[in-house]
Design a binder for this molecule. Structure first.
Ligand code: NAI
Length: 250
C-alpha cells in the first residue's frame, strides 16, 4: 500500500477520470477528499467509495476558481484527516464547454473558463502547499491534455498553461520537498467526452492513435499514482502523456 497514512485531495472527483483517481488512491491506503463543484454527484460518489473504504473518504464542495472556496477545501481536509500530502488538480470545464474561437468567444465565458481550467490548479496549489510543507513535503499532479500539443483553442490554451504551471510550481516548491508533475491524457471514454466529441471520437481514434482504442479512466490511474508516490521521488516538472500514442515528441 503505497499511500498508507497519506491524505489526498482530488478535484473534479465527482465523476470521470477524477473519480478513478480517488478510487485508485483509496485502494492504496490513502484518505481522500472528493472535491467537486457538483455536490449531488460528488456526495453520491463519495458515499459509494465510502462503502468500500469506510472512514477514509469525505466529500467537500469546492469551486476551484474561488480563492475563498479552495482555502475552505484545504481547511476542511485538515480538519477531517489531520493534514494534506497529495493533490490532484483534475477539475475542469470540459463536457459542457462551448465551441468558439479565441477571437470571437464571449469574453465573460473565456474569463470564467480560464479561471476554472487554468487558475483553478494554481489556487488549489496555493491553498495546500503550506499544509504539505508542514508534513515535510508532498506531491501534486495536474491534469493536462494532449490538446496542449495539438491546438490552442481556449481548452488547449488552458492546458498549455497547466504545463507551464507544472514547470514553474515544481521549481517554486521543490525546495519544500513538494514535487509537481502533470498527466496529459489522450481521448478518454468518459461521459464528458461522449457529450463533447460524440461520433468524432471514433474517427480520432482511427486516425491519430497508435493503439486503436479510446483510453479508459482506469488507464490514467497507474501514471497518476506513480507520480504521486515515492517511486517518483526524483521526478518533477514533467508532463507524462498517457494517450495511446496520440502525440509523438522527440
Ligand atoms: P468531467 O467533466 O467528467 O470531470 C470534470 C469534473 O470537474 C466534473 O465532476 C465537474 O463537476 C468538475 N468541475 C467543473 N468545474 C469545477 C469547478 N469550478 N470547481 C470544482 N470542480 C469543477 O471530465 P473528465 O472527462 O473526467 O476529465 C477530467 C479531466 O481530464 C479534465 O481536466 C479534462 O480536461 C481532462 N482530460 C480529459 C480527457 C478526456 O478525453 N476525457 C482528455 C484529456 C484531458
Amino acid at each position: 500500500m503505497r499511500f498508507d497514512g497519506k491524505v489526498a485531495i482530488v478535484t473534479g472527483a465527482a465523476q470521470g477520470i477524477g473519480a478513478a483517481y480517488a478510487e485508485g488512491l483509496l485502494r492504496e491506503g490513502a484518505s481522500v477528499v472528493v472535491a467537486d463543484l457538483n455536490a449531488e454527484v460528488g456526495q453520491e460518489t463519495a458515499d459509494k467509495l465510502a462503502a468500500e473504504h469506510e472512514g477514509r473518504v469525505a466529500f467537500v464542495q469546492v469551486d476551484v476558481a474561488s480563492q475563498e472556496s479552495t482555502l475552505a477545501m484545504a481547511a476542511a481536509c485538515v480538519e477531517r484527516f489531520g493534514g494534506i500530502d497529495l493533490l490532484v488538480n483534475n477539475a475542469a470545464i470540459y463536457g459542457a464547454m462551448e465551441f468558439d474561437l479565441l477571437v470571437t468567444v464571449d469574453w465573460d465565458y473565456y474569463e470564467k473558463f480560464m479561471a476554472v481550467n487554468l487558475n483553478g490548479a494554481l489556487l488549489c496549489t496555493r491553498a495546500v502547499f503550506g499544509h504539505m510543507q508542514a508534513r515535510g513535503g508532498g506531491a501534486i499532479v495536474n491534469q493536462s491534455s494532449t490538446a496542449a500539443w495539438l491546438y490552442s483553442g481556449f481548452y488547449g490554451l488552458a492546458k498549455v498553461g497547466i504545463n507551464g504551471l507544472t514547470q514553474q510550481l515544481a521549481h517554486e516548491l521543490g525546495g519544500m520537498g513538494i514535487r509537481v508533475n502533470a498527466i496529459a491524457p489522450g481521448p478518454t471514454d468518459t461521459e464528458a467526452t461522449r457529450v463533447q466529441a460524440g461520433d468524432a471520437a471514433a474517427q480520432i481514434v482511427k486516425q491519430s492513435l497508435a493503439i486503436k482504442r479510446m483510453g479508459q479512466p482506469e488507464d490514467m490511474v497507474g501514471a497518476c499514482l506513480y507520480l504521486l508516490s515515492d517511486e517518483a521521488s526524483w521526478v518533477t516538472a514533467q508532463v507524462l502523456a498517457v494517450d495511446g500514442g496520440q502525440v509523438f515528441r522527440s
